[in-house]
Design a protein around this ligand. Structure first.
Ligand code: ATR
Length: 283
């Protein structure tokens, strides 16, 4: 345990942001690492993001996470956007450099992969086709991660076909776009299926996806964590498929952010996951 003589500051900018579980997680790590510091929710209205981000340096912030609705706007404000964030098309993490300039990157894809690898250690991206449902920001991070990991075929389906085509074109990899109406058949022979749509989230309708053709050994993953088990995941679990929820994606994008902000890699523990699960289950 070390006690820093500096008070460490980081946070999450969003609107709304008070529902965010990020402060719980990062403040757990402050304690775990014996550091003097805090991670705060920063409720920043659209239109005030520029001023808020520019204030981080004088206030002594090491950086921040960026969430809805600022992930695209932040790209225009920061002084440098790295290649990953440019490709994914959104910023999830900002680092305040010593000279006050702002650096933007995206760790969501690392969160997705870190979660899958922890929850399903035998999983291999190249083991078979992967069906990805959805083509929004979450899907772009997932597809990027799967490609980095060596996926050989990604079957991409989205309600708005053009958005899926745009990802396939920009990513220039093993992505095959299928029409939305063929999404049920797209699961046939797949080794994994990932829901990246907002369907199944608290307050939203369930994802309309029939799992009949999914192999019983295929891994079913969701990037949603409220609820912890979406109707899609409970359907998959009930038919015997291994499942992974989205909570770990949030948790596993934390350590790469800490490395950049504080040059420390905090530990992802079972205790942390349980703490977060209790907080989410408690509403
Ligand atoms: P995020 O950044 O969280 O991925 P997003 O960019 O708004 O959010 O993407 C939401 C995804 O959920 C999209 O794939 C969206 O499909 P469209 O591109 O057709 O909008 C998908 N989605 C949202 N509502 C849906 C619905 N009712 N049925 C099917 N897909 C839906």
């Amino acid at each position: 345990m070390t006690q820093s003589d500096k008070f460490l500051l980081a946070g999450v900018v969003g609107w709304p942001v008070m529902h965010s579980r990020s402060p719980l997680m990062h403040n757990y790590w402050m304690e775990q690492q014996g550091l003097n510091g805090t991670y705060v929710p920063l409720a920043i209205k659209p239109g005030e993001l520029d001023a808020a981000l520019r204030a981080m340096h004088p206030l002594g912030f090491a950086g921040c996470n960026v969430t809805i609705p600022h992930k695209l706007e932040a790209m225009k404000i920061v002084d440098e956007v790295d290649e990953v964030a440019t490709k994914i098309g959104a910023i999830s993490c900002i680092v305040v450099r010593e000279d006050g300039t702002l650096f933007g990157t995206n760790n969501d894809w690392l969160g997705f992969l870190g979660n899958i690898k922890q929850q399903a250690p035998d999983w291999r991206a190249e083991a078979g086709s992967i069906a990805v449902i959805g083509a929004g920001g979450g899907s772009r991070a997932v597809c990027y991660g799967l490609m980095q990991e060596g996926a050989t075929e990604i079957r991409l389906v989205n309600r708005t076909h053009e958005k899926a085509l745009a990802i396939a074109e920009e990513f220039n990899g093993p992505i095959r776009v299928l029409p939305w109406k063929e999404r049920h058949d797209a699961l046939e022979g797949a080794a994994m299926v990932v829901n990246t749509t907002s369907q199944g989230m608290d307050g939203e309708a369930a994802l309309n996806l029939k799992l009949d053709k999914l192999s019983p050994t295929a891994l079913a993953a969701d990037i949603i964590y409220t609820p912890l088990e979406t109707p899609f995941l409970s359907d998959a679990r009930e038919r015997g498929n291994p499942t992974v929820n989205g909570l770990g994606m949030l948790i596993h994008q934390g350590p790469p952010a800490w490395k950049r902000w504080f040059d420390v890699i905090p530990m992802v523990t079972e205790e942390l996951r349980e703490k977060m699960e209790r907080s989410i289950a408690g509403g």
